[in-house]
Write a protein that binds this ligand. Structure first.
Ligand code: PMP
Length: 356
């Protein structure tokens, strides 16, 4: 009898880190670590979800018919161009599965959304991270230079997570038009509703004449439904159809679909909240700069402190004061949350700055 041995797992998994979400906050801590929306769902959104819960014995509408129709109308695109999924990270994974496998390459800026290299490797493809510029911008020339005949997909994160930097229209259009037409470019606009810089393009305008461009959106941030897990892509039919094949069947619950539809119908009220968060971002950025910090001009619902080796220490000081923030090797990302939590973070930042 041979010694008991476990099932053989794919060796490639050994090199893949487990996705690390922002630390859960204790009951009395402010959670500024996952770029969530601090506002709880609107009553009408909650009611829609609760009503759907009465039918939890049934599978959801796999085609997401109503949500797709409402999104199509909202964005002025054909319903066939919309594919929904289990959060935008689920859609991103389906996009990779639809385009890349072993031997293929996926190009993205780094540091950016950390799921990009993980889901690329899960698909068996090779991640090609291209360093951001010193100022935290996508280096689009370097990304273009990184494209080879093995490149199948490129992620462009606008605004970039975790720096908050944006790419302007002319620069992005030049890039999109320079990439070979058989490479899919995904413009990840998870934070688009927080942008106030008029020079930033809307991906929906960019994809229309470009069959190799796909827009990625989520209900997790501005719409405040992170816990529901619903995101979507807008792309031309071959790509959208491929997403319907590679998605996990029934991956968007009926609660999520109905809450998303109710959110779109309550968009005006939700965008008032987004305006308040943008105002709060201005307050935080202004205060940090007055303290002497040099920080990028964030167009998202977070700010970035480039603290390098001192990132963990800073995050620990914040935790001590009752706010959970997100350290990375290069810096710390702090979400714009409740006013009180933001203010606690600012006082930690002020004390820390004086010590630097
Ligand atoms: N894209 C970016 C740039 C993100 O920052 C995030 C979440 N942090 C996502 C996609 C995924 O969000 P979700 O799966 O909740 O839609």
């Amino acid at each position: 009898m041979t010694a008991a041995q476990g099932p053989r797992l794919r060796p490639t998994l050994d090199g893949i880190p487990t996705y690390k979400p922002g630390k859960p906050a204790g009951a009395d801590a402010y959670k500024l670590s996952s770029n969530e929306n601090p506002y709880e769902p609107l009553p009408g959104v909650l009611e829609a979800a609760v009503a759907a819960a009465g039918k939890l014995n049934r599978y959801p509408d796999m085609a997401g018919t109503e949500l797709t129709a409402v999104l199509a109308e909202r964005f002025g695109v054909p319903a066939e161009h919309i594919a929904t999924g289990t959060g935008s990270v689920g859609v991103a994974q389906s996009l990779i599965l639809a385009t890349a496998g072993p031997g293929d390459e996926v190009v993205f800026a780094w540091r950016s959304f950390e799921a990009y290299p993980i889901i690329t490797q899960v698909a068996g493809a090779t991640p090609v991270p291209v360093p951001l510029t010193a100022g935290g911008d996508h280096d689009l020339d370097a990304m273009l230079a990184a494209v080879t005949e093995r490149t199948r997909l490129i992620f462009v994160c606008n605004p970039n997570n975790p720096t908050g930097n944006v790419i302007h229209r002319a620069e992005l259009e030049r890039f999109l038009d320079a990439v070979p037409s058989d490479v899919l470019i995904v413009v990840d606009e998870a934070y688009i509703e927080f942008i106030r810089d008029p020079e930033v393009p809307n991906g929906v305008d960019l994809y229309r004449d470009r069959p190799n461009v796909c827009v990625l959106r989520t209900f997790s941030k501005a719409y405040g439904l992170a816990g529901m897990r619903v995101g979507f892509a807008i792309a031309h039919e071959p790509v959208a159809n491929a997403l319907r094949k590679t998605a996990v069947p029934f991956g968007v619950t009926q609660l999520a679909q109905d809450a998303a539809v109710a959110s779109l119908r309550a968009e005006d009220a939700l965008m008032v909240r987004v305006d308040a968060l943008v105002e709060e971002r201005t307050r935080v950025v202004t205060a940090l700069r007055a303290q002497g910090w040099r920080i990028p001009d964030s167009q998202a619902n977070f700010v970035w402190l480039e603290l390098g080796e001192r990132s963990q220490e800073f995050a620990a000081a914040c935790a001590e004061a009752g706010v959970i923030v997100r350290p990375f090797p290069e810096g710390v990302r702090i979400s714009i949350g409740e006013v009180e939590g933001n203010s606690i973070f600012l006082s930690v930042a002020e004390a820390f700055r004086k010590e630097l």
